[in-house]
Design a protein around this ligand. Sequence first.
Ligand SMILES: *Cc1c(COP(=O)(O)O)cnc(C)c1O
Length: 396
Amino acid sequence: MSASAKKTYRPETRLVQSGTLRSQFGETSEALFLTQGYVYDTAAQAEARFKGEDPGYQYSRFANPTVDMFERRMAAFEGAEAARATATGMAAVTLALVGQVKAGDHVVASKAMFGSCRYVVEDYLPRFGITSTLVDGCNLDAWRNAVRPNTKTFFLESPTNPALDVIDIAEVAKIAHSADATLVVDNVFATPLFQSPLALGADCVVYSATKHIDGQGRCLGGIILASQKFIMEKIHVLLRQTGPSMSPFNAWVLLKGLETLAVRVRRQTDSAATLAVALAAHPKISRLIYPGRPDHPQAAVAQKQMRGGSTLVAFEIKGGKRAAFRFQDALKLIRISNNLGDAKSLITHPATTTHQRLTPAQRAELGIGDGLVRVSVGLEHPDDIIEDVIAALDAA
Ligand SMILES: *Cc1c(COP(=O)(O)O)cnc(C)c1O
């Protein structure tokens, strides 16, 4: 069983060892249980299992040993009482919100968020009579003023996508709790290595495991972490009955991803910080945003709540869309893709891809100019990454 049950190991150790359920064969690597269902020794055992009186597995939509190991390891790493894995990050976000509300309720969310999350809050929930207010997440008064008597939950991501704003999680949690609401944090950009929203006062943390947790571009996944009470009351039954469960194969890939998460994220963050230094005074860049730097607009908040910078760097290229396109097309090593957190360095032009659904005014509000690009720094040698960016800027 879990090594961390005996002693509290440090985060890196928990990422490698926690949650392992070793079978009777004594395998070193986690076993991949590709099974839909389970058999029972007797009819009485089947009855007991369905009554919840016998602790085994029933059906992989409900639970599977490989998925269980991923949930246990993530919970141990995050310091959460319980976790439920989902098919994708969006399934995790959707369940974490839908599981808490009913018609007539109200949700407050930071307007700077991943495009699909914004769709869920702004377009999907209102179809079922759940209203929402989007606020500037960095403005604490905006959160306070958005509260209504029927507000049930707050939702935010920090750092935000793509402009890397940093929102004060502890302060927003206080505002939520004084309104008897909960706070859900999408912690994808910070990663569990560098930010612990539950310790800062959040009630629930969600991840797209597709990003740094896999980190090698292989599979989709998501996870919801919270107290045992939150998971059992809001998530457990909804996930079992509606079925956006994680596949055991993806859980196995993600377990392998967790073993190297700390090594990868530290190295990618160091390279991203080095790239930010190399670009800070570049004449073709009008604005550089990196959460680890003292010139970041919310540097003090980042300092207070994050243990590291970011694997992402955003910058505005002078000359708008034309210059940004010329720059991206001139890159030789860094590939154009909307994904992030990968071992391969990737670049995105949010205004024409991930955030093209927004109006120009909405984009301006979020600091997404036509010249803004976001680089997800990978595991290549940092000098090769920097040389590629500098050469492409010269060509732009
Ligand atoms: C990618 C991402 C998601 C959605 O995750 P999927 O695994 O693609 O469904 C949600 N939030 C953030 C911040 C993301 O980067």
